[in-house]
Ligand binder design. Structure first.
Ligand SMILES: *Cc1c(COP(=O)(O)O)cnc(C)c1O
Length: 296
């Protein structure tokens, strides 16, 4: 765990620590490792040899599933959003990595992809690929949350606030379920929309949590130059790389809240670095095309 004090705000003396989940596995990035763990055990137990999941062009989850398949002896199938990507694998760092791990792709249009959790579509995939173990987009299910409940340990009880980025909300639900009553879990959604409140309520066993909705930067995978500058500055100060989709936005949010005096004096804040660093290469490609500053 890396500890630093926020020197610019000595008056508040908020103390920010980071739990480096991104170090939990070199390729099965951060929280995705936690989310896969019990699913992989279940897949083995039920004799499934193929994992099938869903994701976009730069999905951390797709990269994690492909890597886990390679490491633990499963075939993997990725249902990927966007038919145009079929001809772009070589230029896409995430898909290239997944393919290197042995993943087979099924590229579908955006409208077909929207059916990703419909029974009829799932049945169709089973007919096409046989006995597959299906992981939902983003990997969130009950077993994933069980895995995320293992992120916090007993020494983390010392913190007043636990912060995490939010995509589907599974990671946050796991943190909530393993937190102490005296703690507050703050989730920083990486996307717009108020459906997350309900999603997390479905899985969360207590009410000591809140979503901070102001730091999505325009939506999922949308970023601006200010965020990139913040991430690069953070890296030069602490030698910790942040990812542009999730952890960058969360840390920006935490620092902004500290500057605004959101946290009480001497609050001890734990930020969960959930990984996602494989996404930097893809984001930098886009930034380069647009002639904008890149992530270092
Ligand atoms: C997937 C992901 C998240 C979001 O996790 P959810 O459980 O879907 O909310 C956060 N951070 C990183 C780096 C991720 O890859």
């Amino acid at each position: 765990m890396i500890l630093f004090k926020d020197k610019e705000n000595l008056k508040l003396d908020n103390q920010v620590s980071m739990k480096p989940e991104y170090l939990s596995h070199p390729y099965i990035s951060g929280n995705k490792y936690r989310k896969l763990k019990y699913n992989l055990i279940e897949a083995k137990k039920t004799g499934k040899q193929v994992l099938l999941s869903f994701g976009g062009a730069y999905s951390n989850h797709i990269a994690a599933v492909a890597s886990a398949g390679k490491e633990f002896g499963f075939k993997t199938i990725g249902v990927i959003r966007g038919e145009e990507l079929r001809s772009q694998i070589a230029n896409n760092p995430t898909l290239r990595f997944a393919e290197t791990c042995g993943m087979t792709f099924k590229f579908v249009s955006r409208s077909v992809y929207r059916n990703k959790s419909d029974d009829a579509f799932i049945e169709q995939l089973k007919a096409e690929f046989g006995e597959v173990y299906i992981l939902p987009e983003g990997g969130t299910n009950q077993l994933a949350i069980k895995g995320c409940e293992e992120i916090l340990n007993i020494s983390d009880q010392a913190f007043d606030y636990i912060c995490c980025p939010v995509g589907t909300g599974g990671t946050m639900a796991g943190l909530i379920n393993s937190s102490g009553k005296h703690q507050k879990i703050l989730g920083f959604p990486a996307l717009k929309g108020d459906f997350l409140q309900e999603e997390i309520s479905k899985f969360a066993t207590s009410k000591n949590w809140q979503l901070i909705l102001d730091y999505h930067f325009g939506g999922y995978a949308k970023i601006d130059d200010e965020l990139v500058a913040f991430m690069n500055d953070f890296k030069s100060r602490y030698n910790i790389q942040l990812d542009p989709v999730y952890t960058g936005k969360m840390m920006f949010g935490i620092y902004d809240l500290i500057a605004k005096g959101y946290f009480p004096v001497k609050a001890k804040i734990l930020a969960i670095h959930t990984g996602g660093l494989q996404g930097i290469a893809g984001m930098n490609q886009k930034l380069k095309q647009q002639n904008r500053p890149q992530i270092v």
